[in-house]
Design a protein around this ligand. Structure first.
Ligand SMILES: CC(C)(COP(=O)(O)OP(=O)(O)OC[C@H]1O[C@@H](n2cnc3c(N)ncnc32)[C@H](O)[C@@H]1OP(=O)(O)O)[C@@H](O)C(=O)NCCC(=O)NCCS
Length: 232
């Protein structure tokens, strides 16, 4: 959870790497103009979500309340536009939302670092309950159409296959689950093939700018081969 400005900047950087976005200086007018013509609304949403989390958790006073109000307004506007019901303080750093389209998450859910999430996903409570939402570990890939609900937990390094209905805890790591109800369909999976572990890249002190735009598998192979040769 974002508790201060340092956390806020860390989450933003991890999200940027997870989304494979280039680092753009704030005075880059060409980027600003292109973004005005063809706005990158997904990245805009993630940045707004993180700003809202920072303002909500770590600031106070009347001036910040006014800023909070305007950021909240932008967050609602983007949420409606993209089809998202994504509450604050649910995702850890390194979030990567793959596409716009319905994503509904309960406020009580907790999802760890480096989550890659697709469209038509619900993460909620059991029907009729107000609480008991899933707790999901780090490096979890949530495929399109997945439904995950109840007071369950999901381990680190798990792939939730397309259209899976997950209603029981997944206690094993490095597995893919799928089907209705979801069962383990593949063991010993390599999570690096499907998502970017942005928080690990930040720890490695790699110049992540040269990696922008690379898909997960390619990027992780590059990191394995370079073994830090690209360090700052
Ligand atoms: C779970 C997943 C990652 C496994 O992919 P994979 O490693 O290529 O596995 P395979 O396709 O070889 O499937 C292995 C077995 O699991 C089954 N399986 C695969 N995906 C499944 C799913 N979503 N639900 C149920 N069973 C599934 C296969 O039928 C196969 O079973 P079999 O051995 O009895 O024939 C993949 O199927 C998936 O759901 N990917 C999501 C794709 C995605 O997010 N795309 C982006 C869209 S924008």
């Amino acid at each position: 959870m974002i508790k201060n400005k340092v956390d806020y900047l860390y989450y933003l950087e991890a999200d940027r790497i997870a989304l494979s976005k280039p680092k753009v200086p704030s005075f880059d007018l060409r980027y600003k103009f292109m973004n005005f013509l063809f706005p990158d609304v997904l990245w805009e949403f993630q940045k707004t979500l993180r700003k809202l989390e920072y303002l909500k958790n770590a600031t106070s006073g009347p001036a910040m309340k006014i800023v909070y109000f305007f950021v909240l307004k932008k967050y609602y506007r983007l949420s409606y536009k993209l089809g998202f019901t994504i509450p604050v303080n649910v995702f850890g750093p390194g979030l990567s939302i793959a596409h716009y389209g319905t994503i509904i998450i309960n406020t009580g859910a907790k999802i760890g670092a480096n989550c890659r999430i697709h469209a038509n996903v619900n993460i909620g409570t059991e029907a009729g309950h107000a609480s008991l939402a899933p707790v999901i570990g780090d490096n979890v890939y949530i495929g399109p159409g997945a439904k995950i609900f109840g007071g369950i937990s999901i381990s680190n390094n798990v792939i939730i296959g397309a259209n899976a209905v997950v209603n029981r805890s997944i206690t094993q790591e490095n597995v893919a689950v799928g089907g209705i109800p979801a069962k383990i369909i593949i063991e010993n999976i390599l999570i690096d093939d499907v998502l970017i572990r942005a928080t690990e890249i930040l720890k490695m002190n790699i110049n992540a700018d040269s990696l922008a735009g690379m898909p997960a598998k390619e990027l992780n192979e590059f990191l394995k081969n370079s073994k830090g040769a690209n360090s700052r």
